[in-house]
Design a protein around this ligand. Structure first.
Ligand code: ATP
Ligand code: MG
Length: 432
């Protein structure tokens, strides 16, 4: 291939460094789309033949006659100067060196470019057979998500696991996908997920605020991409678990207090959640009355509801919730109406109180986010493999979308679950 001059597009020019070369475009290449193209050149370093691959990142045209004011004046009148216009153009491009390989008896080994090739060194377009030969030793590690910009070669990528050792990066990578609506962010994220899914020792947690990944992992395609996300992952022997909010067992009183506000229980008592402080104090009163005397996983009964209402009915507490005396008395009257009317109380129980308590109650198939030793493993334990399971780690999707959670959803609940997940992950990661 190196001697196949038909694909030459440029020669090394000046000034050049070992990381960024100035190359002069050959006449034949001036009409080609070259920005973004993967190109290569050969050189000799320490007596060994090397091949460097790089990307053309920009092209500059110069015609020094056209920069001269006398000629500019002529051009202004005639539009061109036949022997000069176009024919004296020179185009230089910037070539950023990406990877260098040393030729050895068994193929190519990675190398570092520690010199600058002489001017006149031919720069040619990379084709798939050359790329395949260069990357032969990495074949099992490489992932292709698509073709290189302005080339028809498949762009080689690495998605290494974060551990040390073979095929590992030795540290965690943070990747972000940003773009306009509809630009393909989710599509790219799904492809990257497939790439990382090949690293079976990595657990994969998807926090899914739009429900898109939950659908994909349940076998329902979203969009036109045609990537069988669930099948790809299952094909690797990984288990897939999709949890909705109602599958989670929340387990702290602070979240309970928040849910009393954001799932609109207090509005039934005519304390608008939007009024902020009053609702916050009312939730504090309820929590204070129940915490310590009741189990968080068993609050959905009429007795507990009565205890909560009695606490609000207490004149001191009502006065704490509403400083204005008449407002406090109105609140007590409202609460008393529930306490004295079994039918209204039952309705309040079923429609408003139980749905909140269910988030915290035990149940079959309900999982805590995290549990310490001695209890059945929580979701994050499964992910981190502390459950002692051998084999590929699972993919766990937590659907916190409004669509996926018709019964329980509030922005606050969504925010709380994300915060809780992140707290657990951070504390686990730092304790390792
Ligand atoms: N690599 C791909 N190949 C083919 N189609 C794709 C690819 N990536 C995305 N698409 C399709 O293009 C459309 C928009 O992509 P996608 O939903 O990923 O965009 P997005 O940036 O996530 O949008 P939003 O901001 O609305 O979430 C979808 O129909 C998707 O299936
Ligand atoms: Mg999207």
């Amino acid at each position: 291939m190196p001697n196949d001059r038909t694909r030459d597009v440029a020669v090394v020019g000046s000034p050049s460094t070992n990381t960024e070369l100035t190359v002069d475009l050959l006449q034949e290449a001036t009409e080609e789309r070259l920005v973004g193209a993967l190109t290569a050149f050969e050189a000799v370093q320490n007596g060994q033949r090397i091949t460097s691959v790089g990307q053309i990142v920009g092209i500059e045209l110069r015609n020094r006659w056209h920069e001269d004011s006398v000629f500019r004046n002529l051009v202004k009148r005639t539009g061109e100067i036949p022997p000069i216009t176009n024919r004296q153009d020179t185009r230089t491009a910037d070539l950023v060196v990406g990877a260098t390989f040393r030729q050895s008896t068994h193929g190519f080994d990675p190398e570092v470019l520690g010199m600058v090739p002489p001017t006149g060194t031919r720069v040619y377009r990379v084709d798939q057979p050359l790329l395949d030969r260069l990357l032969e030793v990495y074949r099992s590690e490489i992932v292709y998500l698509g073709r290189a910009y302005a080339n028809d070669v498949l762009y080689p990528m690495w998605f290494k696991h974060f551990g040390g050792g073979a095929g590992g990066a030795g540290e965690a990578y943070h990747l972000g996908v940003f773009g306009k609506t509809g630009s393909g962010k989710s599509g790219l994220a799904k492809m990257m997920l497939c790439a990382y899914a090949r690293q079976l020792e990595m657990g994969i947690l998807v926090i899914d605020p739009q429900g898109e990944f939950s659908l994909e992992f349940s076998g329902t395609r979203v969009g036109q991409q045609g990537l069988q996300l669930d099948q790809v992952v299952r094909g690797q022997g990984r288990a897939i678990h999709v949890y909705r909010i109602e599958d989670l067992q929340l387990d702290d009183w602070a979240t309970f207090e928040e849910m009393v506000i954001s799932l609109r229980f207090l509005e039934q008592l005519a304390i608008p959640s939007a009024s902020g402080e009053n609702a916050r104090r009312a939730a504090e009163v309820i929590r204070g009355a129940l915490e310590g005397t009741h189990n968080l996983d068993n609050l959905g009964t009429i007795q507990v509801l009565q205890a909560a209402l009695n606490a609000i009915n207490n004149p001191n507490n009502a006065g704490f919730i509403y400083a204005t005396r008449t407002r406090a008395q109105q609140l007590q009257q409202r609460v008393q109406r529930f306490l004295n009317d079994p039918q209204a109380l039952n309705q309040l129980l079923t429609n408003s109180w139980v749905p909140i308590c269910q988030l915290f109650s035990r149940g079959q198939n309900r999982q805590r986010l995290f549990t310490f030793q001695g209890q059945e493993p929580g979701i994050i334990n499964m992910l981190l493999g502390s459950a002692g399971a051998a084999g590929p780690r699972p993919v766990i999707v937590i659907d916190i979308s409004r669509q996926g959670n018709q019964r329980f959803w509030s922005e606050e609940l969504q925010r709380r679950i994300i915060a809780k997940l992140l707290n657990i992950l951070v504390s686990q990661a730092t304790s390792l």
